[in-house]
Design a protein around this ligand. Structure first.
Ligand code: ZN
Length: 304
């Protein structure tokens, strides 16, 4: 490939190039060390166009529910939630679309069906590294089938709790900020993670509500983030003014389905975000939303 391209592009230098490369090849074979050939930088550039060096945080459109796929700078993957039970096939299609066959980390933020419904099939499908879920006793079929899939793969659940640092990807810090304590409310049990890459940051909040938000603030954790997954699909039981001020995001992503029965997102929260100058993206209006970071700049794109 390389020889052919050189010959075409520099026909006057053809014989020199060929001889030079042949000599280089022989030297390399003799020395047995690996040195980059001039042409290698080309393929490197091609890779970076495909996302190498970037952190991609993809807010998958799963209708009324939530799912975030993270692809790290060297290709490590993390999936947080997987939509409802009726989105299993949609989830598998997304994984194929993004070329994901292995998930280094899988997280079920809390046992509600609109978050872990699709997880069982995802775990069956992909090669899975570690799984995190908060301590929760739930006897729903949805929860049971996730546990069955985990067992079948011979995996164990790591308990999600505030204070954990997740070993995921070189140069990317992943800290778990919630749940700070045990809660009766399922939403407040939500695992919340902050992802930091260079000078950019993301706060992914599951369905954590005001109670958990208060405890996160009281814990003294650094909540500041450029991109906030707006808690509980934009319900007014989350994203308190205090919490929003502490996070101070530039972008707010709302994972919500068209014509949902919950009135999500609420006017109160949309107005609160607007007042704080937060640029809002929504799955119901824009389809899948992707926030990319090169470590210093953020780039947001959406399906429509
Ligand atoms: Zn939810």
């Amino acid at each position: 490939m390389f020889l052919h391209r050189q010959a075409n592009h520099h026909s006057s230098l053809k014989s020199f190039s060929l001889r030079f490369i042949l000599l280089l090849t022989v030297l390399l074979m003799l020395s047995g060390c690996s040195v980059s050939l001039p042409g290698d930088s080309k393929s490197g550039a091609l890779h970076s166009e495909n996302g190498e060096g970037k952190l991609r945080v993809i807010f998958l459109d799963v209708g009324q529910g939530a799912s975030q796929l993270l692809i790290g700078p060297t290709g490590k993957t993390m999936l947080i939630d997987a939509g409802n039970n009726d989105k299993e096939q949609v989830m598998l299609n997304y994984l194929r679309q993004y070329g994901v066959t292995r998930l280094d980390i899988v997280m079920g933020t809390h046992p509600d069906a609109d978050h872990i419904g699709g997880l069982d099939k995802v775990i069956d499908y992909a090669d899975v590294g570690r799984i995190y879920m908060p301590k929760a006793a739930s006897n729903t079929k949805t929860f049971e089938s996730v546990l069955t899939s985990i067992k079948r793969k011979g995996l164990k659940v790591n308990t999600a709790k505030a204070g954990l640092t997740l070993d995921w990807e070189d140069g990317v810090r992943v800290n778990m900020l919630a749940p700070v304590k045990n809660y009766d409310d399922d939403n407040d049990k939500s695992a919340v993670v902050k992802v930091v890459y260079g000078s950019t940051s993301f706060l992914l909040t599951g369905d954590a509500e005001i109670e958990s938000e208060k405890d996160m603030i009281a814990s003294g954790a650094d909540l500041r983030a450029d991109v906030l997954l707006v808690g509980h699909h934009g319900s007014k039981s989350s994203t308190s003014s205090q919490f929003l001020k502490a996070v101070h995001p530039r972008y707010g992503i709302i994972q919500v389905g068209k014509d949902n029965n919950y009135g999500h997102p609420t006017k109160t929260i949309l107005q609160r975000l607007k007042k704080q100058g937060v640029e809002v993206y929504r799955n119901d209006l824009q389809g899948t939303v992707e926030a990319d970071s090169d470590g210093s700049e953020l780039h947001i794109t959406s399906e429509r």
